[in-house]
Design a protein around this ligand. Structure first.
Ligand code: UD1
Ligand code: UDP
Length: 360
């Protein structure tokens, strides 16, 4: 059986790493890993392949950045060529980025079956490009690997046939279990930043609705600066956010007193997450990693796809509309804990996915 796996953005390298490992262990499977080139900086892409122990991609389509349509369109054309050459039995896609949609669409148009890992998540906010990508990908997929009960319910509500839907757990939980120990041995970033004995808050921001809206960007960074009066605040900057801060013309003022870094490699990120007092983020993956490492989380958005983190008390939704609100939510979260449960499966989501995909 031949599987073409499409990845392109940072969170997809983490998800693909565990699934590719399970595929490699399955006899009779050939995986061809295709990188769209959506993320291309060493700290957004290359570092993940080396740290996660992944084979380099079979090809990189080098589509780079662009508007939604231009980027997705370039990917669609290039992926189609790969599929025509490779003639796979399945195309495997992850999550909700433009690379996900382009992979699913290219395959569906060529009548190649699509399997979607992390299917069924919904924010019910169609202004997010990710929501459009998820819904369309799910409806183009033959196999839907749902990480949570809520995701299964969403798929059923949209009329997708139940026999296509499989509740397998979350591959990011598998990754957290596998790499936490590696990170503990290999990353000394908290020590290098002088934070081992220091209480700190870790923050990441990259969603278009936060970076491309000057009022929200300001509320977030002014809120973080207020928190920095009491705790160290570390912010690994996504390139989108670095650019948005520069465009305000007052980036240095908005970030004064914060510990800014380049995007972190995965092992350093895991290490920083697991030692933080609170994580404030608009990332999907980082919300869950906070929970995996037992750290309270403030999500700087109106809604989340990972609703079980809110109902169990690990995560509080805080739309970044004022600096006071952002600071208050973070400070209130310090020292809190939620209810513990097996929200994301048993740590074998990748094996279960591969078993269903390859053995039926
Ligand atoms: C994308 C995904 C988002 C995901 C995020 C993970 C879409 C629509 N969005 O958002 O769902 O959460 O990846 O991080 O697919 N840039 C660089 N170097 C890079 C990559 C990007 O400088 O290696 C800059 C470019 O200016 C680019 C901007 O970041 O225009 C945004 O990149 P893009 O891939 O379009 O979207 P993300 O915000 O990364
Ligand atoms: N991540 C990382 N370095 C960073 C920020 C994030 O390694 O500086 C990892 C993070 O640990 C998680 C994944 O990237 O595994 C999440 O990606 P991101 O926040 O970019 O996207 P999202 O999950 O929101 O789609």
């Amino acid at each position: 059986m031949k599987i073409v796996t499409i990845v392109g953005a940072r969170p997809q390298f983490v998800k693909a790493a565990v699934v590719s490992r399970a595929l490699a262990a399955h006899p009779g499977v050939e995986e061809v890993l295709v990188h769209t080139g959506q993320h291309y900086d060493e700290q957004m892409s290359g570092v993940f392949f080396s740290e996660l122990g992944m084979s380099p991609p079979a090809c990189n389509l080098e589509v780079g950045s662009g508007t939604q349509g231009a980027q997705t369109g370039r990917m669609l054309e290039a992926i189609e060529q790969v599929l025509l050459e490779q003639r796979p039995d399945w195309v495997l896609v992850f999550g909700d980025t433009n690379s996900t949609l382009a992979g699913a669409l290219a395959a569906a148009k060529l009548h190649v079956r699509v399997a979607h890992v992390e299917a069924g998540l919904r924010s019910f906010n169609r202004s997010m490009p990710e929501e459009v990508n998820r819904v369309l990908t799910d409806h183009a997929s033959e196999l839907l690997f749902a990480p949570t009960e809520a995701a299964v319910e969403n798929l059923c509500r949209e009329g997708l046939p139940p026999e296509r839907v499989h509740l397998v757990g979350d591959v990011m939980y598998d990754a957290a279990l596998f790499y936490a120990e590696v990170a503990a041995q290999r990353s000394d970033l908290p020590a290098r930043l002088g934070l081992l004995e220091v209480d700190y808050i870790l923050a990441t921001v990259h969603r278009a609705e936060n970076t491309d809206n000057a009022a929200r960007l300001r509320a977030i960074f002014e809120g973080l600066r207020r928190v920095a009066r009491e705790y160290a605040v570390v912010v690994p900057l996504h390139p989108r956010t670095r650019g948005a801060l520069a465009r305000t013309g007052e980036g240095p003022k908005l970030t004064e007193g914060l510990l800014l870094t380049d995007p972190l490699g995965y092992l350093d990120m895991v290490s920083m997450e697991s030692h933080a007092r609170v994580i404030a983020t608009d990332s999907g993956g980082v919300q869950k990693e906070a929970y995996f490492y037992g750290v309270p989380c403030v999500t700087l958005r109106e809604e989340t796809e990972w609703v079980e983190l809110v109902t169990t008390g690990w995560n509080r939704l805080t739309p970044p509309v004022s600096a006071e609100g952002v600071a208050e939510a973070i400070l209130e979260a310090v020292g809190t804990r939620g209810r513990v449960g097996a929200l994301y499966g048993q740590g074998n989501a990748a094996e279960r996915t591969v078993a269903i995909l390859c053995d039926g």
